[in-house]
Design a binder for this molecule. Structure first.
Ligand code: AMP
Length: 214
């Protein structure tokens, strides 16, 4: 099974995909995470994409496809996986269609959150280099400013600054509708109200996934 998490930046799709991943034992393939990892290790790709990512712009498809291919070939992804951050434009949707096998069941989960709520949430988002993400109010670290997972300092992503968030939201709205329509037409699209508590959003997603399995 392949579950594609869609939704604006800050909709909580990263948090939810992590929770679902643990529950159904399939890994999360998060393209933003894969790209940030390249930056953290200082690879050639990482250096090339730093400016684009800081500005909230999409990086070239070919780089994303390479990382995606490598990750989805890992043994843990052979029974299926969850995707966060992909596809983000029409060409990427076509690429995903090519990547999946005929036997794969694919479904998109659209976590819907208003722009106003996104802006409120992102200001309080903190992340760690290890991939963990927090929110000052809804999902705080146990020790202030310190990652629960690895003990490093958490920080604000460069692309979470207010002007960049406005641009990312504008781009998201421009590109997302066609992607949602494709999933609705060719596969399955489930829309979830993302403006509820983390646990309620999770419960709604799990209910929808159970329906899919019937
Ligand atoms: P995210 O963590 O999903 O918010 O992604 C952070 C940044 O990574 C985006 O603003 C883009 O610069 C880059 N990125 C992530 N996924 C993609 C993708 N599918 N295509 C192009 N760029 C991406």
């Amino acid at each position: 099974m392949i579950l594609v998490f869609l939704g604006p930046p800050g909709s909580g799709k990263g948090t939810q995909s992590d929770m679902v991943s643990e529950k159904i034992s399939l890994p999360v393939v998060a393209t933003g995470e894969l790209l940030r990892h390249e930056q953290n290790i200082g690879s050639r790709v990482g250096k090339k994409i730093a400016k684009l990512m800081d500005a909230g712009s999409l990086v070239p498809d070919i780089l994303v496809y390479r990382l995606l291919k490598k990750r989805t070939k890992q043994p843990d992804a052979q029974k299926g996986f969850l995707i966060d951050g992909f596809p983000r434009r029409q060409e990427q949707f076509k690429h995903l269609v090519k990547l999946i096998k005929k036997s794969d069941q694919i479904c998109a989960i659209n976590v819907e959150v208003s722009d106003q709520e996104v802006k409120k949430r992102i200001g309080d988002r903190r992340v760690c280099d290890c991939g963990a993400a927090y929110h000052l109010k809804y999902k705080p670290t146990k020790k202030p400013g310190i990652c629960d997972e690895c003990g490093k300092k958490v920080y604000i992503r460069n692309d979470d600054k207010p002007t960049v968030v406005t641009k990312r939201l504008k781009d998201y709205h421009q590109r997302s509708q066609p992607i949602l329509n494709y999933f609705d037409k060719h596969y399955k699209l489930i829309t979830i109200n993302g403006e509820q508590s983390i646990n309620q959003v999770f419960a709604d997603i799990m209910k929808a996934i159970k329906q899919l399995k019937k």
